[in-house]
Design a protein around this ligand. Structure first.
Ligand SMILES: *[C@@H]1O[C@H](CO)[C@@H](O)[C@H](O)[C@H]1NC(C)=O
Ligand SMILES: *[C@@H]1O[C@H](CO)[C@@H](O)[C@H](O)[C@H]1NC(C)=O
Ligand SMILES: *[C@@H]1O[C@H](CO)[C@@H](O)[C@H](O)[C@H]1NC(C)=O
Length: 377
């Protein structure tokens, strides 16, 4: 079953690739993805008993066959579109799907490595890189109960060791230095902090942001020391406007203190990468702003072809956001008109817009260079 699900998502990506990657034609050797449910393509399917899973209907309803894959979406997510725009026909697979099925894990990893390092493009050989993201996780290891960021990076380090063994140290570091390291994290840290402190004072906010930014700093440095040079960062979205928080606000409007928190975190993340860029001359980075993207879609949904930016497509209760999206939930007919799929996550339509905006959109959405320029650097 799991294989079938992955295969159908892959098929769909091949279809997307034929129509778009030829147009972009950018090539990087591999993409390694880290972060939370905004980037998870199925790692949490391998966490027995976790409540942070999406491998059940109605997730995946717009993938061929309507099969769930573990993506928190009706279809594809931003990481999928970015992989395609960067010239791949297949989004990097969940790391745990590569190590599953081998009791000691090595069989799956070496398969991933051999595929990662093959020169030929086409069919399964075009699968390059791996996705370590895990829904529920944060920048802080204490956030969530899934695969924390330190563990995601440890998994990457295991894969890198296999690559080094196969390619030589120089070969592996050459490949990694040209690869994209996509990181989409921070929302869950903000959610947790805000849920625990509904009226935090400015000192508490300051301390929280400093803790997140300094932890982000150490994760990026660890990745750098493992050979990462190109960082594609997705910032914290306008989380106060997600259906979950709106449904808890008597007015149904966005929860502004949460947006301020996200905005402050994003300022810290931007400053951090600015500093890292001057400290480490051979690294490059680009920050895609989910925050600005959501903000622009709420300001002007029509231009983007959306009609509903407040309620979730799938769920229950007020704004369809008092309950998560489950097999018994009702869901909207025209997913392409909704900003949000469920109480927290964007639809495929929104993810496509985000992917395009970060890949080669205007400065409001991505900077100091675009993801495309980062890939080509
Ligand atoms: C893992 O399992 C494979 C196949 O059973 C075996 O050949 C290999 O030596 C094992 N590797 C380790 C590190 O135990
Ligand atoms: C991070 O994950 C690792 C591996 O699951 C775990 O041992 C560690 O305790 C976690 N860290 C925190 C702070 O929860
Ligand atoms: C990459 O980093 C180098 C060194 O900091 C810088 O000169 C160059 O402009 C950067 N290029 C891109 C596309 O970010």
């Amino acid at each position: 079953m799991a294989v079938l699900r992955r295969a159908s998502a892959a098929l769909w990506l091949l279809v997307v690739a034929v129509t778009s990657s030829a147009a972009y034609g950018t090539k990087v050797p591999a993409i390694f993805v880290f972060g939370d449910s905004t980037a998870d393509v199925g790692n949490n399917n391998y966490l027995p008993g976790s409540s942070a899973r999406a491998d059940f209907p109605h997730n995946g309803v717009d993938l061929p066959g309507g099969e769930p894959t573990g993506r928190f979406s009706n279809g594809l997510i931003g990481a999928d579109y970015l992989a395609v725009y960067m010239g791949f026909s297949w989004s990097p697979p969940p790391y745990l799907s590569l190590v599953a099925g081998s009791s000691n894990g090595s069989g799956g990893i070496s398969e991933a490595v051999s595929i990662t390092t093959k020169k030929t493009i086409g069919s399964a050989a075009s699968l390059r890189g791996a996705n370590f993201a895990s829904g529920g996780s944060g920048v802080l290891d204490s956030t969530g109960a899934t695969i924390n960021m330190t563990k995601q990076i440890e998994y990457f380090s295991d894969l890198r060791n296999q690559m080094t063994a196969r390619l030589s140290a120089d070969g592996a570091s050459a490949l990694l230095s040209k690869s994209i390291f996509l990181i989409s994290a921070g929302s869950n840290d903000a959610f947790d902090f805000f849920s625990q402190n509904t009226l935090p004072d400015s000192t508490a906010i300051q301390q929280f942001c400093e803790a997140v930014v300094s932890t982000y700093d150490s994760h990026v440095k660890t990745l750098y020391n493992l050979g990462a040079r190109k960082f594609a960062v997705v910032d914290v979205p306008m989380i106060g406007c997600c259906p979950y928080w709106r449904s808890r606000n008597p007015t149904g409007e966005c929860v502004e203190p949460l947006n301020h928190l996200a905005s402050k975190l994003n300022g810290g993340i931007r400053d951090l990468f600015g500093d890292l860029g001057s400290e480490m001359q051979d690294m490059n980075y680009s920050i895609g702003s989910s925050y600005e993207l959501v903000s622009s879609l709420i300001e002007d949904p029509q231009t983007a072809g959306l009609t509903e930016v407040k309620s979730a497509c799938c769920g229950g209760g007020r704004l369809n956001a008092e309950e998560g999206c489950t097999p018994s939930s009702s869901y909207c007919g025209d997913r392409s008109k909704f900003l949000f799929w469920d109480l927290f996550h964007p639809t495929q339509a929104t993810s496509r817009l985000a992917g395009r905006a970060f890949f080669d959109g205007p400065a409001r959405f991505v900077g100091p260079v675009t993801f495309r320029q980062l890939a080509e650097a």
